[in-house]
Design a protein around this ligand. Structure first.
Ligand code: ADP
Ligand code: MG
Length: 228
C-alpha cells in the first residue's frame, strides 16, 4: 500500500512538473529564436555578441532536462546495506574543491554509524545537491559542515552552512519542483533530494536562521532479522 501511495505521489509530481518544464524550456527557445531571426535580418555583425548568450540558454535548457529526468524517471532504487560514511569520503575531494574555488571551506565529522539501506548514486546526488546549495548560500565565504552520527533508531546526516538562511515563508516551498530564489537556479535540486529521501524512508528536517541553514536527513537503522 505504501509503495502504491508513493507511486501515486510520484505520478502526481510528474504531472505538475510537465507544466513547469514546458515553461522552463520555452523561455530559452523563445530567446534563441529571437536571436536567429535577428541574424537573418542583418549581416552577421551581431552574431559574435549574441552566440554566447544563445549557448548559455541552450546549456540551461539542457541542465533542466537532465535534472527533470533524474526526478521523473520512475527508476528503480538499487539499495543495499552500506556505510553512509563511505559515500561521503568518496565525495569529499569534489566538495572541498568546489568550496575552495569560491573561498569557502568544509568541516566534516563522521562518527561510527551502523549500515543503512542505500542507493549509492542517489545518496551521492542528495549530498551533492545539498552541499551545492549550502555553498551557494554563502556568498561571502564560510564553513560548510558535513556530519554523520547515530541516534537510537536513525543514522543522521547533517549538512549545514553559514549562509543567509531561508525566509520563513519559503520553508514550506522547499522541495517543490521549480521553486528557486536564484537567477540561474533550476529549482529541481531539493525536489530530487526529497524524492530520494522518500525512497530511502528518510526524513528531512530543516533549521534555518539568518546565520545559516542546517539540513538533518535521518535514515532508519537496519534492524537485524526484521524485514522492514
Ligand atoms: P536551486 O538551487 O536551483 O535554486 P534547489 O531546489 O536546490 O534549487 O533549492 C531551491 C531553493 O531553496 C533555493 O533557490 C533557495 O532559495 C533555497 N535553499 C535551498 N538550500 C538552501 C540553503 N542551504 N540556504 C539557503 N537557501 C536554500
Ligand atoms: Mg540547488
Amino acid at each position: 500500500f505504501e509503495a502504491e501511495m508513493a507511486r501515486l505521489a510520484q505520478l502526481n509530481l510528474v504531472g505538475e512538473m510537465a507544466a513547469g518544464i514546458a515553461h522552463e524550456i520555452r523561455n530559452p527557445m523563445t530567446t534563441i529564436r529571437g536571436f536567429l531571426q535577428l541574424f537573418r535580418e542583418n549581416d552577421g555583425r551581431m552574431q559574435k555578441q549574441y552566440i554566447p548568450i544563445m549557448l548559455e540558454e541552450l546549456d540551461r535548457a539542457n541542465e533542466i532536462i537532465t535534472e527533470y529526468l533524474s526526478l521523473a524517471k520512475n527508476k528503480q532504487s538499487h539499495q543495499h546495506p552500506d556505510q553512509i560514511n563511505r559515500i561521503i569520503e568518496m565525495l569529499l575531494p569534489l566538495i572541498q574543491a568546489e568550496a575552495v574555488m569560491s573561498g569557502k571551506h568544509v568541516q566534516y565529522q563522521m562518527m561510527d554509524c551502523p549500515v543503512i539501506q542505500l542507493d549509492d548514486k542517489e545518496i551521492r546526488q542528495l549530498i551533492l545537491n545539498m552541499c551545492m546549495n549550502g555553498l551557494e548560500a554563502m556568498s561571502i565565504g564560510g564553513k560548510l559542515r558535513i556530519e554523520t552520527y547515530r541516534e537510537p533508531e536513525h543514522v543522521v546526516l547533517l549538512i549545514g552552512d553559514e549562509g543567509t538562511g531561508i525566509d520563513e515563508h519559503h520553508l514550506e516551498k522547499l522541495g517543490r519542483p521549480f521553486f528557486t530564489t536564484k537567477d540561474e537556479g533550476t529549482g529541481l535540486g531539493l525536489a530530487i533530494c526529497y524524492s530520494i529521501a522518500a525512497r530511502h524512508q528518510a526524513s528531512i528536517e530543516v533549521q534555518s536562521s539568518p546565520k545559516g541553514t542546517t539540513f538533518y536527513i535521518r535514515f532508519p537503522v537496519l534492524v537485524d532479522g526484521a524485514d522492514s
